[in-house]
Design a protein around this ligand. Structure first.
Ligand SMILES: [Zn+2]
Length: 129
């Protein structure tokens, strides 16, 4: 948040923020305009927008957002990217991803898919960590 104006790259896709930046409606990510356009299709976007308005009405101007998760830890991030980089799987094929994760002893990822599928999907589809 403090580095919103000094950040050089998008928190979601990592691209340079040369064409503009905006705060995500879903969490406190500083994102590029392409990621902003994309997040409007998130199934909980409207819900997040209402929640934000509600908090502002209550006087809370520091609402972290409906999807402020922080659940995709650095370890999970590395595990997901390691499987993605194999180029063998559609990352939406969760059964296959979970099986591969199990074989690689990526138990954090196995558990994430089992217990928090929405968090996994939000990361795969929108880059929300
Ligand atoms: Zn982006």
């Amino acid at each position: 948040m403090d580095d919103f104006f000094t950040k050089k790259n998008c928190d979601r896709c990592g691209c340079p923020l040369t064409k503009g930046r905006i705060m995500s409606m879903l969490n406190t990510d500083c994102i590029c305009l392409e990621c902003k356009a994309k997040e409007k299709f998130h199934s909980r976007y409207e819900e997040a927008k209402q929640a934000e308005l509600e908090e502002i009405r209550k006087g809370n101007y520091n609402y972290a957002g409906l999807l402020q998760q922080g659940k995709i830890t650095d370890k999970l991030y590395e595990q997901i990217l390691a499987i993605r980089d194999l180029g063998q799987y559609n990352m939406l094929n969760v059964a296959a991803i979970q099986k591969e994760a199990y074989q690689r002893k990526y138990f954090e990822l196995v558990n994430l898919i089992e217990e928090d599928l929405k968090v996994y999907m939000s990361f795969i589809l929108y880059g929300i960590r």
